[in-house]
Design a protein around this ligand. Sequence first.
Ligand code: NCD
Ligand code: ZN
Length: 350
Amino acid sequence: MNEISETLTIRQPDDWHVHFRDGAMLAAVAGLTARQFARAIVMPNLMPPVTSVAAASAYRERILAALPLGAHFTPLMTCYLTDEADADEVGRGFAEGAYAAVKYYPAHATTHSAQGVTAVGCVTKVFERMQEIGMPLLIHGEVTDPDVDIFDREAVFIERTLAPLLADFPALKVVLEHVTTADAVDFVRAQDGRLGATVTAHHLMINRNALLVGGIRPHLYCLPVAKRERHRLALRGATTSGEASFFLGTDSAPHALDAKETDCGCAGIFTAASALELYAGVFAEDGALDQLEAFASLNGPGFYGLPVNEQTVTLARRPWTVPDTVPVAGSQPVKPFLAGEIVDWRMVED
Ligand code: NCD
Ligand code: ZN
């Protein structure tokens, strides 16, 4: 490789799916995302969840206050959908710019989703309003039926819930979040751009063996759980080809060490310490660095109907070691994905 191909300058990317939490955890992680990304879609699964315009605006202020001095970063807030959600309140939040989207968690599908939606029938009015006003719906696509194997929950959700939902609300803009299966890739492609999908760095890098072979690895456990190798390869194919429906969403989900390394550990992988660099490594491995900008910086704004970022970032092949932990005031630290391991690509000053 010549020297020129060892660096890459692209429009600054955005993270279309991130968990910041609140309080000391927010203070510990927000700057890591702001170092790399110009904007991020911030998940609303706080305790209690962000279900009102006032709560979203207050949370947005807390995020801005937690950023390092001089950071240029815009949090895009989301509304946590419950069975009780009111279409007028949701619509008002979108009109005022307080909400960028609505997040739909099937009740009990994942971390902090207990107050999620129990059945699509409960939120019909909200979906009707959203399709009228062009407000995106972001979906955690897993069924919670105890009879469905955890590795099949995404594919079954697509068949049982998502396909009928898209048919019933033909103008609703939908993002299937953190896709993990070849089934999802095929389904997204078949919707001709009407359905977007975010892809995490970790699902591009690990399969389910990484969680379970040679010992159980709680820091590689997230939901949707990593699948077989053939699914990982399908995700990589869709992602590194730069296809417009697929865009960057880290699903970086920090949990304190003692919440992960315990008898019943929380779902969530924390990638914010190195996210863009991880994606760059994936694209470089597949000989597709020329598609990174589409995936990371163009496809997301294209789907959301937002302007692309004007500023740029530069990545260089400059191996560095991911820190063992990220400290959190007053609690145990967070352990980043690939803690203590070498990542080949690094963001450098432009
Ligand atoms: C997320 C979290 O910890 O909030 N966990 C995860 O495994 N991805 C919730 C989610 O996005 O499913
Ligand atoms: Zn998430």
